[in-house]
Write a protein that binds this ligand. Structure first.
Ligand code: ASC
Length: 154
């Protein structure tokens, strides 16, 4: 009995947690709200990734604490945009290609790959080792580019 209650409680907590990150049309009032949300999330993510990339590319002085803080933000932010790619949001003010909805498994795999690479960048940033950060930045950049090439219109 107790085990059952505890399992049910765990399921409820998990469902609430997932509800904050998984696609669900009910989370947006209008389709254009979902489009705005995903674009905003991408913009903020790109801003914080860009700060680490600038250090990795020698365009900004290497500041290990700043790299770590930005990598932590990117790790969280990388989970956000995909909740905005709900059904009925392939048109309007968006560069999203229809393939996002016609090959959802491939799109999700690309999102997961990016999130894994970002998690590795977060680990690398914690070492404070610029060479490791450079390598991890390169991998994240590749996973961003791969999805943009496949799923973003020019
Ligand atoms: C960035 C950014 C992207 C990726 C991509 C990598 O900094 O905003 O979309 O890197 O340009 O090729």
């Amino acid at each position: 009995m107790n085990r059952l209650v505890s399992a049910a409680a765990t399921a409820v907590v998990a469902a609430i947690g997932l509800g904050t990150v998984l696609p669900a049309a009910a989370q947006f009032q209008k389709p254009e709200d979902a489009v705005k949300y995903r674009k905003a999330a991408m913009t903020v993510m790109a801003t914080h990734f860009g700060r680490i990339a600038a250090m990795a590319n020698g365009k900004a002085p290497f500041d290990p604490a700043a790299a770590q803080a930005n990598a932590e933000l990117v790790a969280v932010l990388s989970k956000l945009p995909f909740a905005g790619f709900i059904e009925g949001t392939s048109s309007g003010d968006t560069k999203a290609k229809s393939e996002i909805w016609s090959e959802p498994d491939k799109f999700k795999a690309g999102a997961s790959k990016m999130q894994e690479d970002v998690a590795k960048l977060n680990v690398a940033a914690r070492t404070g080792n610029l060479e490791q950060i450079k390598a991890a930045v390169g991998d994240v950049g590749k996973s961003c580019k791969s999805c943009h090439d496949n799923y973003r219109k020019e």
